[in-house]
Design a protein around this ligand. Structure first.
Ligand SMILES: Nc1nc2c(ncn2[C@@H]2O[C@H](COP(=O)(O)OP(=O)(O)OP(=O)(O)O)[C@@H](O)[C@H]2O)c(=O)[nH]1
Ligand SMILES: [Mg+2]
Length: 303
């Protein structure tokens, strides 16, 4: 007879939190591979991404979501709707709050939203980025998050960057999952289409080092993937980078195209690493005026 604890568990956990709280970095650390792009700018993630964690006793499907905030644009609204939709479809919601930031109205608003949209879903607190603060400060934040969520919710401190407590988090989440078979075959780490991965890695490279409003204005679409004529072992990838204004186009391209070239080189390396194929990357920059606020353009860009 097998005991209950020996049963295989599987299920879905959704990472939510304000923008820039480390959700995607944590997703990558748990999966053990980069499937979600990250940056120091808020609103980096724009669609839900599934990452799969395989263990002997459990399979966790992680759903990384865009950061939640009071929306200022139609894009912001759509991202919030997307996150709310996933609340009710998961077994566990893990609220991410950085160790080095005070709990604020933004966090309380998210907790209210969760209680409203998914009153029965198990809620877990995750204190992220613990490598940035002292032990005392970690303890303090654990208490604060525990108070925010109530006594029935566990709170786990982690550092995705330093790989601290990642396995503890896996075990805590797994213990809250229902018993059941794996959803994905062994070895599969994401359900992201390759095209999306490519577009995201290009966007990540283009986000690097740019300031102000530009990150929000940037969108990347893969136009075409075809065999590379001069070398059939390689793929030729055509990507369009959309910005909202001509001035932004100039920034992305850089002097004599120097910046775009750098973006291309960095993105190509990342893409080749993840696909295991060499590619020839063709980047073009286009202006789509105020696309973040334009329903038609948003549709075209996949939002
Ligand atoms: N020191 C430290 N920095 C971290 C850690 N996790 C994430 N960061 C940094 O925090 C920033 C935001 O990380 P992301 O993973 O992109 O945050 P996010 O919550 O996915 O952000 P959005 O997708 O915009 O909502 C990046 O600069 C990360 O390098 C950590 O454990 N330690
Ligand atoms: Mg993210």
């Amino acid at each position: 007879m097998t005991k209950n604890d020996d049963e295989f568990r599987s299920g879905f956990v959704c990472f939510v939190g304000r923008p820039n709280t480390g959700k995607s970095t944590l997703t990558n650390a748990l999966v053990g591979s980069k499937i979600a792009i990250t940056s120091s700018r808020p609103q980096t993630t724009r669609h839900t991404i599934r990452g799969i964690v395989h263990r002997d006793h459990a399979q966790l499907i992680l759903v990384d979501t865009p950061g939640l905030h009071r929306p200022r644009t139609l894009l912001g609204q759509r991202l919030n709707d997307l996150v709310r939709d996933t609340y009710s479809e998961v077994d566990v919601i893990a609220l991410c709050i950085p160790a080095d930031e005070k709990i604020g109205p933004g966090d309380r608003w998210i907790v209210e939203q969760i209680r409203l949209m998914a009153p029965k879903t198990k809620l877990l607190g995750v204190v992220t980025k613990i490598d940035k603060v002292s032990r005392d400060e970690i303890a303090h934040q654990l208490m604060a998050v525990s108070q925010l969520l109530g006594p029935e919710s566990d709170v786990v401190p982690v550092s995705a960057v330093k790989d601290e407590q990642i396995d503890v988090l896996v075990n805590v989440i797994a213990s809250k999952m229902p018993e059941g078979p794996a959803f994905y075959p062994d070895g599969e780490i994401t359900d992201e289409p390759e095209e999306t991965l490519m577009a995201e890695l290009i966007r990540e490279a283009a986000l690097e080092g740019v300031r102000d409003e530009l990150p929000h204005s940037l969108a990347v679409v893969i136009e075409e993937i075809e065999p590379y004529e001069p070398n059939p072992d390689m793929l030729e990838v055509h990507a369009l980078l959309y910005v909202e204004r001509p001035s932004q186009k100039a920034i992305v391209i850089g002097k004599n195209g120097s910046r775009l070239k750098e973006v291309g080189t960095n993105a190509r390396k990342q893409i080749e690493h993840i696909l295991g194929t060499r590619i020839y990357l063709n980047l073009h920059v286009k202006v789509a005026k105020d696309w973040q606020r334009d329903p038609k353009q948003l549709g075209k860009l996949g939002f």
